[in-house]
Design a protein around this ligand. Structure first.
Ligand code: B1M
Length: 235
């Protein structure tokens, strides 16, 4: 898909062409080229969030479509994911650059059986960028790992990610365990991932479903404010 073999000079492309080229390079798993493209867009004054959504997330969406349709297979998708992570690593410090004291704390992880972490990493980055302290537990997290982290870090928010229809039910296992232990109401529980929706979040007893990382930030802020007001009112 890429024109990399023709020694393409990314700097000669206009913004629209460059974004398209980054998406192609992501598709082809060309990490160095994706990183260079991201740097060029930043040099041209693009906001990090715009680079993230228009070049990287959109590029990964295209990968997802071809993966679904059997055009791409796991090894190619892994390379694309690696290239995406290269781009994200450049954007991460820029998105997290607030300098302000943390406005809240979140523990987040991808649930047991699931190794998808790009979306979860994006949420963690955006939350940090919005001023939250984030403890990222990584992938394949079982209920014990979540519980231990909640006890150790005492966050206000628990975030869970799942990308597979076979792993999303595990979120309910975690929430049910919180209920059993009598600590469910101590946390705001946010869930996300491509196969989820609001009805699912409600059915498993989460506080909210977050469609994407930006929604996760807005929802976290809104529910933190609500909780703060409730506590202030002594409820
Ligand atoms: Co996987 N995979 N994969 N995969 N993979 C999907 C999810 C799939 C939809 C592809 C498809 O068929 N179209 C499909 C699931 C089908 C289903 O369950 N119905 C699938 C499958 C089947 C599989 C395997 C089973 C394939 C196989 O082995 N035969 C296998 C499972 C492995 C496992 O987990 N046990 C597998 C493996 C892999 C790779 C390892 C190759 C790689 C993961 C690499 C990695 O993450 N490090 C991979 C990838 C990359 C994908 C796709 C192509 C892209 C996922 C992604 O990163 N999207 C994906 C197709 C797709 O989703 N369209 C697919 C970009 C990311 C920015 O979006 O993760 O949705 P997303 O995150 C968003 C929101 O959902 C939300 O915010 C994020 C940012 O905006 N969000 C949250 C996510 N988590 C949140 C948590 C929150 C809040 C919001 O907490 C508060």
């Amino acid at each position: 898909m890429s024109q990399q073999g023709e020694e393409l000079d990314l700097r000669e492309l206009d913004d629209e062409e460059l974004v398209k080229q980054i998406q192609d390079d992501l598709y082809d798993g060309l990490k160095d080229e994706v990183e260079e493209g991201v740097r060029i867009l930043l040099e041209r004054g693009w906001q990090p969030y715009r680079v993230l959504t228009e070049a990287l997330v959109e590029g990964m969406r295209i990968v997802g479509v071809d993966f679904r349709d059997g055009i791409l297979f796991v090894p190619e998708v892994l390379l694309a994911a690696n290239a995406m992570k290269g781009g994200m690593a450049i954007l991460r410090p820029l998105l997290a650059e607030t300098g302000a004291p943390p406005i809240g704390k979140m523990v987040i992880g991808t649930v047991k059986g699931d190794i998808h972490d790009i979306g979860k990493n994006l949420v963690a980055m955006m939350m940090e960028g919005a001023g939250f302290e984030v403890i990222d537990l990584g992938i394949n997290c079982d209920v014990d790992k979540f519980l231990a982290a909640l006890e150790q870090h005492r966050p206000q928010i628990l975030g869970m990610s799942a990308l597979l229809t076979t792993t999303m039910p595990y979120m309910k296992v975690v929430i049910d365990t919180l209920v059993e232990r009598g600590i469910r109401d101590d946390y705001i529980v946010l869930v996300g991932g491509a196969p989820l929706n609001e009805a699912f979040a409600e059915a498993i007893g989460a506080d909210a479903y977050c469609r994407d990382a930006a929604v996760a930030v807005e929802t976290a802020k809104a529910l933190m404010a609500k909780r703060h007001n409730r506590l202030a009112a002594g409820a």
